[in-house]
Design a protein around this ligand. Structure first.
Ligand SMILES: [Zn+2]
Length: 68
């Protein structure tokens, strides 16, 4: 699980493709997160998943903490 920058909307996982050095998949908010991942993310955190490589991102934005 990676931490997501406040304005990050696409995945930045490096790839081995020199023509396309970053994954670039769209990050989509997960609403049906499994309890295990929810625990790993921490309370009140939004979790996003890359639509391409399925990497999970946790939103570290302070706004995510404010809304419970
Ligand atoms: Zn990705």
């Amino acid at each position: 699980m990676k931490s997501k920058a406040p304005r990050q909307t696409v995945c930045n996982i490096p790839t081995n493709d020199p023509k396309d050095p970053y994954c670039g998949g769209k990050l989509k908010k997960i609403s049906d997160l499994d309890p295990e991942a929810k625990k790993a993310a921490g309370p009140g955190k939004d979790v996003f998943r890359c639509q391409k490589c399925k990497t999970l991102y946790v939103d570290e934005s302070p706004y995510a903490l404010a809304k419970k």
